[in-house]
Design a protein around this ligand. Structure first.
Ligand code: PEP
Ligand code: MN
Length: 486
């Protein structure tokens, strides 16, 4: 099967994924209840708009070309319960603070995307698990079932609850940003007291001082009066896993007039007539004539397809190929180069720059072996992607007592290798994808906070994968920035 025969040529609709085989399937028992949720979701307004989605697409085209850096981060599994003031504030502040450090390091703008306001569905390796000696269905994220062992039945009403929690989170996020939470003159907590290593502490202090000095300088010369230091862009994202939900929020909407389609490499106009059906394609792309509308997933600015659901001929890729949003694809040790290039042709037949972000997650022990071949294969296709390193998902391990964790050293090692390999291959590492929280949790080991396996019990609060805490996340930003500066 080559790149164009898996999906292209057949008519795409928001529901065409339903005729494909699917991984991580969801079996709802009460079809009437699902229909009720679907009808409700269909009527509700978009959570994000095409104008915003295109603003992100243009920014990601800059990232693909090395003119900006992408920082994406948030919880592994966002709970409805995280829809509260403190949890949202601390995450915005942490992402802002990390992005300041990365701007300093790379000397280029940083595009921020939160894993937030919709990251409610989780793929699981097993449908059942043992809790207190009893077999129960696995927790699949708040959009499907509850974490409490007696709440594990799939509940279709959660589809609607997901919408409202997502909308409330984004509403507060927008309100806080327009009220100046990201005003760079608000004092940020740069406390480095936990950094015992004197050399490291000196290094981080130099970075903080340099950032502070730049801000003071801009204030002095009045360069901060344009408003750009008071408001930031913070986009939202989640894994597009539960297609029932994604379909219900997919709308045919007018393209914004200023969408400025990013440059394409070797433009390859789609065939005007479907080779399989002989009928017109959905988006015929008649040369010289602009399409006036397209299908937008209005639940988030950016969606990614997970490592477990990216089979080229399966349901998730079928859904993803039809939406205008920028999309991510997780790439791991089991991704073959032929699948990878085929996927790019399916989801981005016009080779639009920055439309696709490849989120690589091999593990620190495998990145050196696997990344160079993937870079070479993508380059040979002419696709210009955003390369983003997810140093979390290939580095999960269990402690002797069976606690799921990740070590800061392994996370940093994969990220440093990815930076180096891209440089050596004449490619660009465009960004980083992290699981983090603004709270002082104890889920990942290491870093200057010096957490050991035995310490993890203190505040182990994740409902899925272990996250970097606020100090570990900021430290990772310092180290990346330091190595970018050389
Ligand atoms: C995730 O990002 O939380 C996730 C499940 O990742 P992956 O699909 O790469 O395993
Ligand atoms: Mn995860």
């Amino acid at each position: 099967m080559n790149g164009t025969t898996a999906n292209a040529g057949t008519e795409w609709t928001p529901s065409s994924w339903r005729s494909r085989p699917i991984k991580q399937p969801v079996e709802y028992e009460d079809e009437n209840a699902v229909q009720k949720s679907r009808t409700k979701l269909n009527r509700l307004p978009p959570i994000v708009t095409p104008t915003e989605i295109w603003r992100l697409r243009r920014s990601l085209a800059d990232v693909a070309e090395g003119k900006a850096f992408l920082l994406q981060g948030g919880d592994c599994a966002e709970l409805f319960d995280y829809c509260n003031e403190n949890a949202i504030d601390s995450k915005i502040k942490l992402l802002l603070q990390m992005s300041l450090v990365l701007i300093w390091g790379g000397n280029k703008p940083v595009v921020r995307i939160a894993r937030m306001a919709g990251q409610y569905a989780k793929p699981r390796s097993s449908p059942m698990e043992t809790v207190d000696g009893k077999q129960v269905p696995s927790f699949r994220g708040d959009i499907l079932n509850g974490f409490a062992p007696d709440a594990r039945d799939i509940d279709p009403d959660r589809l609607v609850q997901a919408y409202f929690h997502s909308a409330a989170t984004l509403n507060y996020l927008r309100a806080q940003i327009s009220s100046g939470i990201a005003d760079l003159h608000n004092p940020l907590d740069w406390n480095l007291g936990h950094v015992g290593d004197q050399e490291l502490q000196a290094k981080y202090t130099t970075i903080v001082e340099s950032i502070r000095e730049s801000l003071r300088f801009m204030k002095t010369i009045g360069a901060d009066t344009s408003g750009s230091l008071h408001a930031i862009d913070l986009f939202t994202s989640h894994e597009g896993l539960l297609l029932e939900y994604e379909e219900a929020l997919t709308r045919n909407l007018k393209h914004p007039s200023n969408r400025n389609v990013p440059p394409t490499r070797k433009p390859a106009p789609a065939p005007k007539v479907s080779p399989l059906t002989g009928g017109a394609l959905l988006n015929p792309s008649i040369e010289g004539e602009e399409e006036t509308s397209g299908y937008y997933n209005t639940s988030a600015h950016f969606l990614w397809v997970g490592d477990r659901t990216r089979q080229p001929d399966h349901a998730h890729i079928e859904y993803f190929r039809g939406i205008e949003n920028p999309i991510g694809i997780k790439v791991g040790p089991s991704t073959s180069t032929s699948d990878l290039t085929q996927l790019l042709d399916i989801v981005n037949p016009r080779k639009e720059v920055g439309k696709v972000t490849l989120i690589t997650r091999y593990g620190s022990g495998k990145v050196e072996e696997l990344l160079p071949a993937h870079i070479a294969a993508v380059r040979a296709t002419g696709h210009v992607v955003v390369w983003q390193c997810d140093p979390m998902h290939g580095n999960t391990r269990s402690t002797a007592s069976g606690v799921k964790t990740r070590s800061f050293a392994a996370i940093l090692a994969e990220l440093s290798s990815a930076l180096k390999i891209h440089q050596q291959c004449g490619s660009i590492l465009g960004g980083v994808h992290l699981e983090l929280t603004g709270d002082a949790v104890t889920e990942c080991t290491g870093g200057s906070v010096g957490l050991q396996d035995e310490d993890l019990g203190e505040r182990y609060e994740t409902f899925c994968d272990p996250r970097l805490n606020e100090k570990q996340a900021l430290e990772l930003a310092f180290l990346v920035a330091g190595s970018q500066r050389g």
